[in-house]
Design a protein. Sequence first.
Length: 331
Amino acid sequence: MSDYEDEEEELIDYSRLTNKKGNKAPKRGLKATQVQDSSVERARNALFECISVPPKIPKQCSKGILKKDAYTSISVNKGTHLRTMGFSQKGVVTLFPEEAAFLVSRDALIVTDESDQPLNFRDFCEILCEESDGWISFDKYQVYAYLKRLGYIVMRSKPTNLALLNVETKIINDNCSIWDLLVQKLTHWIYKDSMLPLVWNYKYTNYRKIYSTLQIIPSSPWYKPFYNSLCRNFDWDVYKPRASWRKKEPGVPDFQIIVNNIRDPMPSLHEQNQLFAQLTNISNTNYQPLKYTELKERGPTFIMALVGDAEGISFMRLIGDGLADIYEVTY
């Protein structure tokens, strides 16, 4: 096919979509150029008319009202989308901005403002870009929408207080009887001025058991209690789709994701340590062990989503090579 034939390719006549006759006999006395200009104008008007036609609303479509805090309160609940989305606020199902924007883009939700004016996806993009709720951003939404389209269950990650992470008081002997307590009190009363061993029970026969008894706060190379204010939290908790999943009890996430723009600097080593500190009590059985490492599935692991304008979304997995607890050291 020649270049000349490509230039002479016929334009699409959108008047056929509007149930109007596009081919009409030219009037007598008109030149060919005038007839062609008339056809182009008619096709252009038909195109604008097709674009202006509002889409049909599906029957299984929920309805909601956008509040001033950028959250959407559901007034009509239809379909199965809200089984894994939203939260309850004063007995009303409420959606985060990213959840409402995703459902609006899928034509599964109709949202109006408090003045009963309908909102479209462009309005929600403005909300996301302005970070109206103080947390969500358009980069985070892109990662959220990408994972939702793949079928994953995505929720906002709850902040972790490192000062309370893995902190629990251990009793020396869980099966201690009343007689043992009485003997302990008498021994302490008789030898109150003497120095007694920290482990008075002869049940423990090796260093590992002794150290595990003396340890109040579980040892972790990631634990930094004086840097809580500088700690960055995860953005998304991701769950694989399963029928037994519940919003009230989601359980341990299969993946935890932090979002970073591709043009922004990577988290510093200290920030990565604080992120690993939030994972020391989370099982990583969902991750496949890496080859040629000593970490296997025991190392704390999370995923970083890198968002770019033209590059799209890339995922990078990070694993921390933490140290073992002191009572696990073999002698």
